[in-house]
Ligand binder design. Structure first.
Ligand code: SF4
Ligand code: SF4
Length: 165
């Protein structure tokens, strides 16, 4: 019980820290590319600090990663800048039900280095695999609260990316 409470505390603390850093993105400088790069670094460092307290940490094996990838059975949320980047990349166009960039053979993200911000901060914050595809209220609230601030840098929110330009 104590461990669970501690994990929840870490999650809430890291979420507040992430919000503060995204809201103050102007501190990265005037240049748009610096701001974009700053946002992605902030998203990645949020993920690495949050990870030990998430359901994912019990599912992801070192050097292999998550072996199900079921959270990629989705259309990833993207902003204008991200959609423009993804439109340029090769993608699967099938009916497998996964994101067009999911590598079906390896069960991993095929564009890990340039994946959208939403993917960088998505972790299962619940207590079962159910929340891999059904985000908790905390996850949904986090993304909603960041959206207007992300739009200032990444452009308008475009919804879920389906691979069609
Ligand atoms: S959310 Fe679920 S499917 Fe996605 S990485 Fe975590 S454990 Fe794996
Ligand atoms: S971009 Fe990568 S991480 Fe995001 S949903 Fe697609 S395959 Fe998964």
């Amino acid at each position: 019980m104590r461990d669970l409470e501690r994990a929840e505390d870490v999650v809430r603390r890291e979420i507040e820290r992430l919000k503060r850093r995204v809201i103050w993105v102007e501190r990265a400088g005037d240049d748009r590319w610096r701001r974009i790069s700053f946002l992605y670094r902030v998203g990645d460092s949020f993920g690495s600090r949050l990870f030990p307290g998430t359901f994912c940490s019990s599912r992801i094996r070192p050097s292999i990663g998550c072996t199900t990838g079921s959270c990629c059975q989705c259309r990833p949320d993207v902003f204008e800048y991200e959609k423009a980047v993804l439109d340029l990349l090769p993608k699967r166009m099938d009916s497998a039900g996964y994101c067009p960039f999911f590598n079906l053979a390896r069960r991993t993200c095929g564009i890990y280095g340039v994946r959208p911000f939403a993917c960088r901060i998505f972790y299962n914050l619940g207590s079962s695999a159910h929340c891999c595809q059904n985000p908790t209220d905390l996850t949904l609230q986090l993304f909603d609260s960041l959206k207007p601030h992300l739009e200032r840098v990444l452009g308008r929110y475009q919804g879920g990316y389906d691979g069609f330009a």
